[in-house]
Ligand binder design. Structure first.
Ligand SMILES: N=C(N)NCCCC(=O)O
Ligand SMILES: [Zn+2]
Ligand SMILES: [Zn+2]
Length: 315
């Protein structure tokens, strides 16, 4: 039997028919081994404000039905260049965050055996910590590009160490990030105090704010990021709230003054040549969405990340 590859043929099966996998790709159990697996983590017990990101993975899969096989901006057909499959969802405990973090780490590590790279769809930002642990176990401390309205380097909320506002402080404490190359992109909005920024700087992070992107432009920003990252193994974490609420209303902690989806996609496309070892797209909360604005944006972000991985495969 031939192993399926790439999306179902949309001239034979309408895009809107059948159960949703990401981009109508085959399931991992149908292909055996994948170069890249898209995996959902329907977990949102770490949120500090609006809940609902547990429904992100299924919303992003639904919104990804219209993605097409060729990426003109990057000149690549990602699903032809490599085997990309949908690994389904990691089922984790919604009542016990510590257990969920362990489950995500173990499941991600299992999926990465044999060299599969993961593009994970959340879920709230808590999940980045176990995903980084799994990435670092395989690659050593990784460089991090973190697209977000928020720093997510706060210490604790209500005494809790694992929340969607704290994954990157934990990651630095654990030594799983290469702090020579860790950077937030798109941050903005009110903070708890000036100390948030001082702590963040002390942890090693660079910041390109949302306003910096507007003033400097996407090409200059992407060039500077590329230079800082160099040849290091790179993890890319995209909190969809990096986008302006006009471009991504369906999220839990929206902040005015964000990136456009065009700016975000163009910065990502500027990362060609970086050694991306894993990525996530998190914080899509479909209950606050309209007309799939947010889940369509997230599906395109995931598609661009997969396309960058495909370019790496082609070289
Ligand atoms: N959306 C994420 N990941 N974090 C937001 C935390 C903001 C706060 O609770 O103040
Ligand atoms: Zn955020
Ligand atoms: Zn975040």
């Amino acid at each position: 039997m031939t192993v399926p590859r790439g999306p179902a043929d949309s001239s034979r099966v309408p895009r809107f028919a059948g159960p949703a996998t990401f981009a109508r790709l085959p399931r991992l159990d149908e292909v055996g081994h994948a170069d890249v697996a898209v995996v959902g983590v329907p977990f949102d017990s770490g949120v500090s404000y609006r809940p609902g990101a547990r429904f992100g993975p299924s919303a992003v899969r639904e919104a990804s039905r219209l993605l097409r096989p060729y990426h003109p901006g990057l000149d690549v057909s990602p699903f032809a260049a490599m085997q990309v499959a949908d690994a389904g969802d990691i089922a984790c405990n919604p009542f016990d965050i510590h257990e969920a973090v362990e489950t995500i780490d173990e499941a991600a590590s299992g999926l990465m055996e044999g060299g599969t790279r993961l593009v994970t769809v959340g879920g709230d930002h808590t999940i980045a910590l176990p995903l980084l642990r799994a990435a670092a176990r395989r690659h050593g401390p990784v460089a991090l590009l973190h697209f977000d309205a928020h720093l997510d380097t706060w210490d604790t909320y209500f005494g809790a160490e694992y929340t969607h506002g704290t994954p990157f402080r934990r990651a630095v404490e654990e030594g799983i990030l290469d702090t020579e190359a860790v950077c937030h992109v798109g941050t903005r909005g009110p903070l708890y105090g000036k100390k948030d920024l001082e702590d963040d700087r002390r942890l090693g992070f660079g910041i390109v704010t949302s306003a910096d992107v507007m003033r400097r432009g996407v090409d200059e920003v992407a060039g500077a990021l590329r230079e800082r990252i160099g040849g290091r193994p790179l993890y890319v974490s995209v909190d969809i709230d990096v986008l302006d609420p006009a471009h991504a209303p369906g999220t839990g902690t929206p902040e005015a003054g964000g990136l456009t989806s065009r700016e975000l996609l163009e910065i990502l496309r500027g990362l060609t040549g970086c050694d991306i070892v894993g990525a996530d797209v998190v914080e899509v909360a479909p209950a606050y969405d309209h007309a799939e604005i947010t889940s369509v944006a997230a599906s395109h972000v995931a598609y661009d990340l997969i396309s960058l991985l495909a370019l790496k495969e082609e070289r």
